[in-house]
Design a binder for this molecule. Structure first.
Ligand SMILES: Cc1cc2nc3c(=O)[nH]c(=O)nc-3n(C[C@H](O)[C@H](O)[C@H](O)COP(=O)(O)OP(=O)(O)OC[C@H]3O[C@@H](n4cnc5c(N)ncnc54)[C@H](O)[C@@H]3O)c2cc1C
Length: 370
């Protein structure tokens, strides 16, 4: 039986007199006991059937990847809640349009458009991502419990396709939002007293474990897009397209639906470009996979925002309670369409640049001093 000991110096894993690991000084998640274990010369046993390990691993992995996507959301959310409270409290400078609170010595930093940009980006991401995580959980339930086989298959296809996006895009953005919320604190974000640096450190791991986001992007583009002759991506285009067509009949929703339609068009063009170019040169796929995953994340959250705006619009028309809440949803949906969706076009152009300039240099050139 291996014996794992923690020494005074933090070393761990003394076995048969030999140290086989050391406590890892991680940059974040310090509440989690992770350490490096080296199994040099150790004997392995086959568990289960030969050549069936990867499939078995993916049963665990798929659930874990959705869980890590939620971690991206959670770190962004807690950082956002702290940043909102700070921005309401901290006073510095004056509003560009003239003092907002002339009787005070300075205005709260909330009045500065650049602070608002960071907070609105965070609000639009966290609420959109929360909707996507809940939608994903519903698809998992439907794969087991939907009434018809057709519905079960559709849910299975969609959640299989979107799992790398929820994990990869959700945690890339989760980290970005956490650092932007740290930025809202200025210098106070960098020092330890306010706790913001911890959110940034903790958010970082989610981009790495359960398969790096580079590997998530390759799973999406190299496996999921082509599966069953592209059935999953076609099903995705159809459900998003149906909601866009439906929303075009409403005056408030139509401009949002049209903006989303354009972004969806960018994704469809990027998909077509892969189909036409990646077979002849697989490096084109590898060079564009990260961009494709982000295009799909942008479009998917745009779809969630269109759906939320539709519900909010119906609630406002019905004239019930929570008017401010639903108006906030419509305003944030508009912001998302204005400020997130245009990135899909720029990412598509990067993707269509292919792999030539990216792969052009010999490896030796990277080590050469400029
Ligand atoms: C704190 C922490 C906790 C962890 N917990 C666990 C755990 O509980 N259980 C467990 O099994 N593992 C765990 N891991 C391991 C973790 O899942 C792996 O570190 C992670 O999946 C990346 O694998 P790697 O380290 O081998 O990176 P590598 O595979 O060496 O990747 C290095 C770089 O190359 C890129 N890369 C590699 N292959 C490709 C490819 N084919 N295409 C494109 N890019 C590629 C990666 O994206 C990355 O940027 C943990 C890691 C950490 C840091």
């Amino acid at each position: 039986v291996p014996k794992f000991l923690v020494g005074d110096d933090g070393s761990i894993g003394e076995r048969n007199g030999e140290v086989c690991g050391a406590i890892e000084h991680k940059m974040g998640i310090h509440g989690n006991a992770t350490c490096v274990l080296n199994y040099d010369g150790a004997k392995g046993w086959l568990v289960g059937e030969e050549n069936k390990g990867l499939a078995a691993m993916f049963i665990m992995m798929n659930a874990a990847r959705l869980g890590v996507g939620v971690q991206g959301l959670s770190q962004a959310e807690v950082a956002y809640q702290n940043a909102v409270a700070y921005a309401l409290d901290r006073r510095q400078g004056r509003a560009l349009t003239g003092p907002a609170e002339p009787e005070a010595q300075a205005d709260p930093i909330f009045v500065h458009p650049d602070v608002r940009r960071m907070l609105m980006d965070a609000k639009a991401f966290t609420e959109g991502m929360r909707a996507l995580c809940l939608w994903g959980a519903l698809q998992v339930d439907l794969t087991h419990k939907a009434k018809t086989e057709e519905e079960r298959e559709q849910a299975d296809m969609l959640i299989g396709l979107l799992t790398p996006v929820i994990k990869g895009y959700g945690t890339d953005k989760g980290y970005e939002v956490a650092t932007n919320m740290q930025q809202v604190f200025g210098g106070h974000g960098y020092i330890e007293e306010w706790g913001m640096s911890q959110f940034v450190r903790d958010a970082r791991i989610a981009q790495i474990y359960e398969g790096t986001n580079g590997v998530q992007a390759m799973d999406l583009c190299g496996r999921k897009l082509a599966q069953k002759g592209g059935a999953a991506i076609q099903a995705f285009f159809k459900v998003v397209g149906d909601d866009i067509a439906d929303a075009k009949g409403d005056d408030t929703l139509a401009p949002m639906a049209e903006a989303l339609e354009k972004a969806l068009g960018q994704q469809q063009a990027a998909t077509m470009w892969f189909m036409q170019n990646a077979m002849q040169n697989p490096n084109h796929l590898g060079a564009g996979a990260h961009h494709y995953m982000h295009i799909m994340g942008i479009v998917t959250l745009g779809w969630m925002w269109l759906r939320m705006a539709k519900v909010a619009q119906a609630a406002l028309a019905a004239g019930g309670e929570d008017k401010a809440f639903y108006e906030g949803k419509i305003a944030t949906a508009r912001y998302y369409m204005d400020r997130y969706l245009p990135d899909a076009g720029a990412l598509r152009r990067k993707l269509e640049a292919g792999s030539e300039s990216l792969m052009a240099l010999d490896e030796d050139a990277f080590a050469t001093a400029a």
